[in-house]
Each structure stands twice: as C-alpha cells, then as structure tokens.
Design a protein around this ligand. Structure first.
Ligand SMILES: [Zn+2]
Length: 323
C-alpha cells in the first residue's frame, strides 16, 4: 500500500476532490501524515524534538521537516520564556474577540484575600483592554468545546490500517537504504586498506604521501556513513505509540487533553487546531479551525450554530461539520 492508496481512500470519502490529480492528492496525504505523526511526537517529550522528528524523516519531505522544526523550535522558545502555569494553561493560545491579540493571564487578589485568576486583553488600543475574563469560565468553555470533537464513525480504524501500511512501506525503503549504505561502507573500507597496503610497500615518499592523502579523504567519506549505520533507531516503536496516540486523540481529544501537563497540552492544542482560538466573554469560543487530521476523521458538534466558516482543506472546501 502506498500514499496513492491513501489518497484514493480519502477521495472515496470525499475528503480530497475526486478530480484531483495524483501528485496533488499525494501532497495532501503528505500533509496529513505529517500532522498525524506530529501527534505522536507529543508522547516523546523526553527524547527531544529533533531526534523525534528524525524518526519520521522518511515519511516527511525535507521541506516539511524544516518547517516543522522551525515551528517546534519556536514553540520551545515560547515555553522557556513564558511561565506556563496550570492556572493559565491556555495562555498564548486564545485570542481576544475584539482585536485578535492573545489574552494574557493575570492573577488577582480580592479584598478578602481570595485569589482569582483572569485572562485579559492587554492591547491598549482595544475596546476590551483590561476587561477581565475569569480563567475558570474560559477553561470550562474550552473543555466543553473539545468535548464536542468526536470521531466520525467507521473512518478511524480503516484510516489507521492504511497509515500502518504506508508506514511499513517506508520501513522497507529504510531497510533498502541501509543495505545501500553498508555496500558503500564496504567499498570505501576496501579501498582504504588497499591504499594503506600500497603506502607501506612504496619507497617513494611523494607517492606515499599521495596514498595517505587518499586514505584521509576516504576516511572522511566514511564518517557520515558510519554515523548513519551505527544509529540504533527502532522505527517501529514511535510508529506504534504514535498510532495508539492518534486513535485516542481523534476519537476523544478530551481524554488526551485532561491527562496532559501544560507543555504537552500546548503541543496537543497545535495538533487539534489550526491557529489560536478566539474567545468572547459572553458568547464563548468561536467555531474552531480544526487541524487536517481532525477535519478528516472527526467532527465538531457545536451546541450553538455559528456563522464562522471552517477553513477547508486546501483541495476540498467541503465543510466537515455536520449541523
Ligand atoms: Zn483585545
């Protein structure tokens, strides 16, 4: 099974336009796979972002890899700068309904000495500047919102079987690549010993030096190959965990969300949504822009219909929300 089969599957389910050419459809599949595996990264915090991304290198194009890296690294900096506390777990992720700037978190103590947490807009030019939103209310509304994201029936198991197959294909390609590398290594090593032998045999110092130069340059060529071959990476483990994680995330994002620490929550938030959510004190959250995997495999059921259009998947502007 290949990416084109995934594309066909998605076309059959009306996610990608049927008329779309194979290479365009595959681009959508690539994006989807990237997003899906991105969810898997969440579980691998102890590994460090770069290494985790490396595991999926084969399945992710170098462009996507670089973008992802930038995206993730940017997040890291935000994490270290912002004091991410449980009190304001959605700080930086929710925007002001009026000006679109991020809400900030502000603790406050009442006259009676009781602590209250608020979110507020810190933009002096905004009509809502300084108006506080109880953090508790915003958090409760957020939980309501993600509880409204549910898996579409019958799509997930089938989809994940396809991903599994695509992954297996990538794995076998990896194995072939490894074999190729081993062949190259043997060849270079063969040449090195040949030159070494010649260098010992020759009496001419100029020729000897020439052999030594060759040996040195071959050793340099060997270095990256050795590194590649000695890296002990079990690609299967992140894949399995990633898929388990993804299934759970798609079926019931809330169950995943509730058990996470703040940093994980922020990563997971980026798996669920495209861009920040917007919140209004009176009317709550505006309809979220779900991420590509959620748009395909899940559905968002809002209790109140809203005017806000969901950002369609690039190839199909079909609304995935059933109202
Ligand atoms: Zn504002």
């Amino acid at each position: 099974m290949h990416k084109i089969d995934v594309a066909k599957f998605l076309q059959k389910h009306g996610v990608i336009k049927k008329k779309q050419t194979p290479d365009k459809a595959i681009k959508t599949v690539d994006k989807l796979l990237k997003e899906i595996f991105y969810a898997g990264y969440i579980e691998y915090l102890p590994w460090g972002v770069t290494r985790r991304l490396g595991h999926h290198e084969a399945i992710i194009s170098i462009d996507v890899y670089n973008t992802n890296q930038k995206r993730l690294n940017a997040k890291e900096t935000t994490y270290s700068r912002v004091d991410l506390r449980e009190d304001f777990e959605l700080r930086g992720l929710v925007n002001c309904i009026c000006c679109g700037k991020k809400y900030t978190g502000a603790p406050s103590t009442s006259k009676t000495g009781k602590k209250h947490n608020y979110y507020k807009c810190n933009n002096k030019g905004c009509q809502l500047y300084g108006k506080s939103i109880p953090a508790k209310a915003l958090h409760e509304d957020f939980v309501k919102l993600i509880k409204g994201i549910k898996a579409k029936d019958n799509t997930i198991d089938l989809a994940l079987r396809i991903f599994e197959d695509v992954w297996q294909t990538e794995l076998s390609e990896k194995a072939i690549e490894k074999e190729e590398m081993q062949k190259q290594k043997n060849e270079i090593e063969g040449n090195i010993s040949k030159f070494a032998l010649e260098a010992i045999k020759t009496q001419n110092p100029v020729v000897k030096q020439e052999y030594e130069k060759q040996i040195e340059s071959l050793s340099k060529e060997l270095e990256p190959i050795d590194n590649y071959l000695s890296a002990k990476i079990d690609y299967k483990i992140p894949c399995r965990t990633s898929q388990k994680q993804v299934v759970e995330a798609l079926k019931n994002p809330y169950s995943v969300w509730e058990k996470y620490q703040v940093i994980q929550k922020h990563r997971f938030y980026n798996f669920m949504f495209e861009g920040n959510l917007t919140y209004d004190k009176n009317s709550g959250f505006r309809t979220p822009n779900l991420s590509l995997p959620l748009r395909i495999f899940s559905t968002y059921e809002s209790s109140e219909p809203t005017q806000v259009e969901m950002a369609g998947i690039e190839p199909a502007s079909k609304k995935l929300t059933d109202r």
